[in-house]
Design a binder for this molecule. Structure first.
Ligand code: KG4
Ligand code: ZN
Length: 352
């Protein structure tokens, strides 16, 4: 153990019950983001989105993402501190995403956070990105406490999990192929919509009707797993068939049918998982959680079952710094150790 880590452990031991000032740094994909929390209060939340840069490639180009993180990160951290009205020396802890995500992109945030923590002699926490998506719910709904069942729905992950305690997560079911966000993005691309596809599909679906039959994965099974690649392929085949025949593409109906089925599946898994655990709270986490059709279905179904549904405001569903600061707080509450400078990035970090 380095002398730094030894000092930081002592600092962390003195955190006690006071409201901590935490800086969260996120750079796992195409958003450079950072935020400052005082306890569960958001003091600032800054995001430098690269969506416009990657749009013309139809998806995120890893090397370009890394380079733009390098350009953005220092100013963004300074802006976040300024907006929070906080001096960097006042920070109690720094949290940074160390996985999962694009390796080069992760390394930018991590290297910056290490240098920052070293210069300020502050404890550094290595945050699991997906755990951050879950933890942001503690900030959005401070009354929320585990245990609960959580639907994790992002661009890279889809799972339903039992959250037993702060920072204690058990996967009950997960995707066997594509993540749901990935499926949204791929279907959008086939329909000629720009990246990221999720919000575009949602918008287009408003003017369509879910009238096109798509294959239901695991039909008749009581699995809590997911599969989206069959649905995606069915959409691609349907679109190609219509194009070959020279027919007009009913793009809005396709978007509505796809969204209807995928949100039905996610809502079904979440509700059955909560019933299996006798849990009276369900939670949504991740970028696809911004989908209003999904949110409405989960809210309706929760009400019907007499359980409570929680989801973050739309702005905190997609990647942000608040979620990383939130998970840092959860780790501190759970007594997790801070990181040493040999911390590595883990592109394939698991949720559990
Ligand atoms: O959690 P996130 O911001 O990044 C990852 O950790 O992957 O999720 C991004 C994903 C993208 O696939 C995007 O298309 C999807 O979330 N997404 C949506 C919506 N907003 C973002 N999907 C459906 N409806 C939305 N409104
Ligand atoms: Zn994410």
């Amino acid at each position: 153990m380095s002398a730094y880590l030894e000092r930081m452990k002592k600092k962390a031991a003195g955190f006690g019950g006071r409201e901590l000032l935490i800086l969260g740094i996120e750079s796992s994909c195409d958003e450079t983001a950072c935020a400052v929390l005082r306890g569960t209060r958001i003091l600032s939340n800054k995001i430098a989105s690269q969506i416009e840069i990657h749009k013309r490639f139809g998806g995120v180009v890893p090397e370009i993402a890394s380079r733009n993180h390098v350009l953005a990160i220092d100013n963004l951290v300074k802006e976040a501190l300024k907006e929070a009205g906080a001096e960097q020396e006042e920070l109690d802890a720094i949290g940074v995403t160390f996985g999962a995500g694009l390796l080069g992109a992760l390394l930018v945030g991590e290297s910056y956070a290490k240098a920052f923590a070293y210069a300020l002699d502050k404890p550094l926490y290595a945050v699991n990105h997906i755990r951050g998506h879950i933890a942001v719910n503690y900030i959005a709904s401070p009354e929320l406490e585990p245990p609960f069942v959580c639907l994790i729905a992002s661009g890279g992950h889809t799972a339903v999990a039992y959250v037993r305690a702060h920072d204690e997560v058990e996967i009950m079911g997960s995707t066997q192929d594509d993540a749901c966000g990935e499926a949204f993005d791929k279907v959008a691309r086939v329909l000629g919509l720009p990246y990221p596809g999720g919000p575009q599909i949602e918008k287009l679906a408003l003017s369509g009707s879910p009238s096109i039959a798509l294959p239901v994965p695991f039909k008749g099974s009581d699995t809590l797993d997911f599969s989206f690649s069959g649905i995606k392929t069915a959409v691609i085949n349907y679109v190609n068939m219509l194009k070959m025949k020279g027919n007009v593409l009913p793009a809005a109906d396709i978007a509505a049918s796809f969204q209807e089925l995928v949100t039905d599946i996610m809502c079904d898994r979440l509700m059955r998982a909560s019933a299996a655990r006798g849990c009276d709270k369900v939670v949504i986490a991740g970028g696809v959680g911004a989908n209003k059709c999904l949110r409405a279905k989960v809210a309706r179904e929760a009400e019907r079952r007499g359980i409570k549904a929680f989801y973050p405001p739309i702005s905190l569903c997609t990647d942000n710094g608040v979620m990383i600061a939130a998970q840092t707080l959860s780790m501190i509450k759970a007594g997790r150790e801070c990181a040493d400078f040999d911390l590595d990035a883990d592109a394939d970090l698991r949720i559990e």
